[in-house]
Design a protein around this ligand. Sequence first.
Ligand SMILES: Nc1ncnc2c1ncn2[C@@H]1O[C@H](COP(=O)(O)OP(=O)(O)OP(=O)(O)O)[C@@H](O)[C@H]1O
Length: 349
Amino acid sequence: MTVSISTEHGVGAADAAPAPGSALAARTRGLRKTYGNTVAVDHLDLDVPEGAVLGMLGPNGSGKTTTIRMLLGLVRPTAGEVHLLGKQMPNAAPDVLPEVGALVEGPGFHPFLSGRENLRRLAALEPTLPSGRIATAIDEALERVGLASAANRRYRGYSLGMKQRLGLAAALLVPRRIVVLDEPTNGLDPAGTREVRNVIAGLQDSGTTVIVSSHLLAEVEATCTHVAVLHNGTAVAQGELAELLETGNAGLLVSTPDTTLAVDSLRDNRIPARAMPEGILVDLTTTTAPVVVETLVRAGVGVHEARRQRTGLEELFARLTDAEPDGAEPGALSEVDDLVDTPHEGEAR
Ligand SMILES: Nc1ncnc2c1ncn2[C@@H]1O[C@H](COP(=O)(O)OP(=O)(O)OP(=O)(O)O)[C@@H](O)[C@H]1O
């Protein structure tokens, strides 16, 4: 799997092309959506490998929801292409959407019907669900999202978290090849958040591709195999989570008693390094760890330990989106843009 990090943000780059032969559940090229003067999504090339759990991360207004709506054919792109399960959207929507479960804002439940009755209406529209299986499928979906005990209450009396759960249940009524979840833990308490995590893990185990947008970095770090970081409507980084953290992680921490000699010998070899309380920190942007160690040993520096500096997703994210992590809610993104809050018009153009 390849990883790409936009060089504009100065943290290195790699080839963004998918590995040969790897199947993509979703793919966009040159995707763009404007609303009047607002550019919601721009030049977005997204690759979602089959079976991945892709976390779409980004500050408020970075284009996550618009991207998801274009993936699902709910919004027509201004330019560019969207392929879902190999077929071009939105034209292939009738073919593709039965295999795609989605939780998006405003799923359109009827306020005076119960959760179960709402699901029954939606289940009747599922082309792949035989009528004899509808009642069982509804019970299973309600159970899976922890809503069984409130299933017979009216939707309008549901809390935000219960509404989210019902949306999730609707997405899970039949087995899907892709499940797309826009902020699924929005409004959920910690127990609800754990349940969503379990649902995502279960989907992953069954081979379903999951695309999930979130503000919560810790959430993404815990549940996702892949990440796309959006900023101003475009992907500033995407790829496998572990590789992305590694690629964005350009420091080698070397424990040595000879800090001055170590820094000088590296600088003589044009390798940037600085002294730290616990040793020296070497910038690996232009070199590799073995070269650093060899250079130090050749200069007679005692190397006790050398390890890659682990940065969390939060730090990498802050670097990529110019967000300021200090003072931000733990695990949440800070708002980084002065957005003109254009009223949402609600529908495709
Ligand atoms: N229907 C619409 N009409 C006008 N502007 C819109 C519409 N939908 C989105 N936008 C604008 O497009 C930009 C991207 O919005 P979008 O909702 O896709 O971002 P987001 O990353 O999902 O944000 P958030 O995390 O706040 O949900 C914002 O500036 C938003 O105001």
